[in-house]
Write a protein that binds this ligand. Structure first.
Ligand code: E4P
Length: 190
């Protein structure tokens, strides 16, 4: 079970790094904007703080060709970076190209089991299931994780389920027991 912090705050990451229970961080454009300064330099700082951890960094380009070029540039910053790409049909070719070039991908904004199945077929490393947002829309994130885990296991896919958008300790607990391989959460929840 991998545990990630969903933040780009260096003070918080430093304090958790000493505890030894954190396997990396997941960031998004909002986190990096809050951190201020040059986002690429900030990402390199995060990588240096967690030399054995994975750092998810999201693309911001919307055009698929520009998104692919940006993803390659982000991945070149450090060997431990996982490029985060939204689960939208227009990026499927981009995701396929990145996986083909052995670039680790974390696909975010996955809301359904069937979206997750397509991402597992593409061979991404992490499938981010947005637990809090699924629950906000009165759907069942636990069932989504259970069903996707069953499909991953029965097909021997290599992808891992990353439960994200965790807002409560209860969601952390339920996602873990439902079969998530990894969980990312705000520091206050961890
Ligand atoms: C996921 O990719 C995001 O970084 C984050 O987990 C979303 O959390 P939120 O739904 O609370 O904004």
């Amino acid at each position: 079970m991998k545990l990630f912090l969903d933040t780009a705050d260096t003070n918080i990451i430093q304090s958790f790094a000493q505890l030894g229970v954190v396997d990396g961080v997941t960031t998004n454009p909002t986190h990096l904007s809050k951190a201020g300064g040059d986002p690429l330099k900030h990402i390199q700082t995060l990588c240096a703080m967690l030399p054995n951890g994975q750092i998810s960094v999201q693309i911001t380009e919307s055009d698929p060709a520009a998104a692919y070029a940006q993803a390659r540039k982000i991945a070149e910053l450090h060997k431990n970076i996982v490029v985060k790409v939204p689960c939208h049909e227009k990026y499927y070719t981009t995701i396929h190209q990145l996986v083909t070039h052995h670039i680790p991908v974390n696909v975010t904004l996955v809301f359904t089991t069937l979206q997750g199945l397509l991402m597992a077929k593409l061979g991404v490393q992490y499938i981010s299931i947005l637990v809090g947002r699924i629950d906000d829309s009165s759907n069942d994130s636990t069932r989504t994780i259970q069903d996707l885990r069953a499909l991953i296991d029965s097909n021997n896919y290599k992808s891992m389920i990353l439960a994200s958008s965790i807002r409560t300790v209860g969601q952390f607990h339920d996602a873990m027991l439902a079969g998530a391989h990894a969980i990312t959460m705000p520091p206050e929840i961890l």
